[in-house]
Ligand binder design. Structure first.
Ligand code: P6P
Length: 345
């Protein structure tokens, strides 16, 4: 019966979001409309990303395509698609994109009550070798009485009302949370619909995988404690002192892919500060916050070395932060190392 229900009673992302809206009688449906436009953007980017490889093969790449139009790089194309989708929703107000130095303020006639921070195509340097890449987004409600200023997005991640990512890989998977758990939807290209495939994702309490770019080890900021902590953690993962089996190292170098694996299989994903990036490499608003929001909703945790990632109050829209996120117990281990180091100081 369950299989039949799956076939004849499809839980699409649109239906899921409407169900969530129905739990809030006061809701005007604005978030539902905003999310439907983000989903449309993801479908478009999924199609463009899948063609990109082919385009490269049949020589459509380079400056102009066969129509003589200027060929846009995928990340620029994706950025334009999301900005247009968000503006046309009539529910967005302040937009922050990884691709735009300054915030985008939607024109008055199309302004809504939500602010969206996003990385339209994270990991795009991996496109040419076919590694999974993705869109990451977070949504804030406009502050009471605000017409829309940058202050509306310089808020802690815990203030977000929704967050998600869409991973463009062997399949197109969108993981979304509106604050009541994390759910995964897979695009059925024959329907053009995202179908619920990973209901109520719960990250394993402890994992057997650690994920960090050990190639940065030379640059892990030696002067401070984090260098010794990361090295001790990695050492322990390779040579466990309690007789347990060593952890596996998995590092794809595309945040959406590394976080998606961590959510489903467990373990810890780390991007510590290093000499090259004294505040870490990943951006607070549209990488650290949305991923931390999702990991917490799935029962894990996310730590910066100083405190809970979602508690950061960003000072500028492209601010960076170190990040340690994943299985609750694995992040707890890192936190214990940091607090022990504090005590020693
Ligand atoms: P590194 C991709 O460029 C990205 O922004 C994230 O998707 C990824 O987690 C990180 O950078 C990889 O950085 O320094 O390990 O290549």
């Amino acid at each position: 019966h369950a299989a039949d229900a799956q076939r004849t009673d499809l839980m699409t992302i649109t239906r899921y979001v409407l169900n969530e809206q129905s739990k809030h009688p006061e809701a005007r449906g604005d978030l539902t409309i905003l999310l439907s436009h983000i989903v449309l953007g993801c479908k478009f980017v999924c199609s463009a990303v899948n063609k990109a490889g082919l385009a490269k093969l049949i020589g459509l790449a380079g400056d102009t395509n066969i129509q003589g139009e200027e060929q846009k790089k995928l990340d620029v194309l994706s950025n334009d698609v999301f900005i247009n989708a968000l503006k046309s929703s009539g529910r967005a107000n302040v937009l922050v994109s990884e691709e735009n130095e300054e915030p985008i303020f939607v024109e008055a006639s199309k302004r809504g009550r939500y602010c969206v921070v996003f990385d339209p195509l994270d990991g795009s340097s991996n496109i040419d070798c076919g590694v999974s890449i993705g869109t990451i987004f977070g949504i804030y409600m406009l502050q009471e009485g605000s017409e829309g200023t940058v202050a509306d997005v310089l808020k802690p991640g815990k203030n977000m009302v929704a967050a998600g990512y869409c991973m463009y890989g062997s399949s197109c998977t969108l993981v979304l949370s509106t604050g009541t758990g994390a759910n995964g939807f897979t695009l059925d290209p024959s329907l053009g619909e995202f179908i619920l495939t990973h209901p109520n994702i719960k990250i394993p309490k402890k994992g057997k995988i650690y994920s960090v770019n050990e190639g940065n080890a030379k640059n892990w900021d030696q002067p401070t404690t984090s260098y010794f902590i990361i090295c001790r953690y990695v050492e322990k993962a390779k040579f466990p002192i309690d007789g347990s089996s060593p952890k596996s190292l998995r590092y794809i170098g595309s945040m959406v892919a590394d976080v998606h694996r961590t959510l489903l299989y467990g373990g810890i994903f780390m991007y510590p500060a290093d000499k090259k990036s004294p505040n870490g490499k990943l951006r607070v608003l549209y990488e650290v916050f949305p991923m931390s929001f999702l990991v917490e909703q799935a029962g894990g945790q996310s730590f910066t070395g100083q405190g809970r990632a979602l508690d950061i109050v960003p000072k500028n829209i492209h601010e960076r932060s170190p990040i340690f996120l994943g299985s609750y117990d694995d992040v707890e281990e890192i936190k214990a190392l940091y607090s022990a180091a504090e005590v020693k100081k």
